[in-house]
Design a protein around this ligand. Structure first.
Ligand SMILES: [Zn+2]
Ligand SMILES: [Zn+2]
Length: 381
């Protein structure tokens, strides 16, 4: 008899959290020094803050962000200009001072980010949540190793492999120097505070630069351009520009797009240290503009991805339970049935929300296409 069927307790009707694999969870054992660096600047309460320490903090922030941006990112990851072997080593060493592991590790992982942007294989896509893209992927074990095949072009240099392996030297040199220059305030404010701030500047590019800002080019990912992020990261905020044309050493494509890392590289090219600086050709700048009605495939894919995740998560078992619970005469069953129905209704509404989001982008696209055609004189009115 249906009334006597014992049902298992109802499972939560919310989207089941995909959960993290063991190697995707925070590893305290290896991550505590990084977390401690965030606490150490507070010790300035006891030592006091000197002008010298503050100047040091600003200088070290700029220095670290520059070496990551111009070195680890635009040189080692994207080869957007050329360096002779000695400046190449100095660029690698400078990058290690930012305590973001070695250049080979950094660049190999970054190349993977571009290869798989915003797909399930993207190392730090914000589609997996802000925290994951910002820091989660770093404080877990999953991406500790380096696939040297992804960075063979630089792994062939023994001195680069050496500094990659001994990447602790840079931060230690900087830390000791900070103490010698400005004492304990120099250590806590000059060194540790600038360290924590420069970390987050870099992390923001992985997290916020795919969420916050505007899209100029129809790239296959969700990258965006933000002046604010460009200020914080010395020019990396033009992330949509960068995803669109990765070969360029210049990420602010126009004079008003603040890109100080590029200005320094250009100055270095005048004295012959930097060679073959790549910049985007005019025809590239004019192509694939969303404003001109080019289909924004990246955002469309992001909406679609969310929708399909939702469909996947809709639990078919819940529908079966409704059928079984349809037996007459039991208040408990009726209540449970209502709960299941409400859960399904909520899911349906959210799914509809995502679909209408996609349609809204399509409508926006159609409108801008019409505008673009009007401007070209192809359409009347
Ligand atoms: Zn890049
Ligand atoms: Zn990106």
């Amino acid at each position: 008899m249906l009334e006597t069927v014992t049902l298992p307790p109802p499972e939560p009707l919310d989207l089941p959290h995909p959960g993290r694999a063991p190697d995707e969870r925070l590893n305290w054992k290896t991550s505590w020094p990084m977390l401690l660096v965030h606490v150490l600047p507070l010790f300035a309460v006891f030592t006091g803050v000197t002008v010298r320490a503050v100047v040091l903090c600003v200088a070290l922030y700029v220095l670290r962000v520059f070496f990551i941006t111009a070195g680890y990112h635009r040189y080692f990851s994207h080869r957007s200009y050329k360096l002779a072997r000695v400046p190449q080593f100095l660029m690698a060493f400078g990058g290690t001072m930012a305590a973001q592991k070695g250049p080979l590790w950094w660049a190999a992982h970054h190349r993977d980010h571009h290869r798989w942007s915003d797909t399930s294989r993207d190392i730090h896509s914000p589609q997996r949540g802000f925290w994951w893209s910002h820091m989660g992927w770093i404080v877990c074990d999953k991406y500790n190793g380096t696939d040297l095949d992804r960075i063979r072009d630089f792994a062939k240099y023994p001195e680069i492999r050496w500094i990659d392996k001994h990447n602790w030297i840079g931060p230690w040199v900087l830390g000791v120097a900070s103490f010698l220059i400005a004492g304990l305030p120099g250590l806590f404010v000059g060194f540790f505070l600038s360290q924590a701030l420069s970390w987050h500047a870099t992390f923001f590019i992985n997290s916020l630069a795919h969420v916050f800002g505007r899209r100029r080019f129809a790239t296959e990912d969700t990258s965006r351009n933000s002046f604010l992020l460009a200020v914080v990261t010395m020019g990396e905020g033009w992330h949509n520009n960068h995803h669109y044309y990765q070969a360029s050493a210049r990420q602010g494509f126009y004079w008003w797009e603040w890109d100080p890392s590029f200005y320094v590289l250009r100055a270095l090219s005048w004295v012959g240290i930097v060679k073959g600086l790549k910049t985007p050709p005019e025809r590239v700048l004019q192509a694939d503009r969303i404003r001109d009605g080019v289909f924004d495939i990246g955002m469309f894919k992001a909406h679609l991805n969310k929708a399909s995740q939702f469909v996947e998560a809709t639990e078919p078992a819940a529908v079966e339970r409704v059928a079984v619970a349809d037996a007459p005469g039991s208040d408990g069953l009726a209540a449970r049935r209502r709960a299941v129905e409400q859960g399904l209704q909520a899911k349906k509404e959210r799914l509809e929300g995502f679909v209408s989001g996609s349609l809204a982008s399509a409508e926006e696209l159609a409108r801008s296409t019409r505008r673009g055609e009007r401007e070209l004189g192809l359409l009347e009115g």
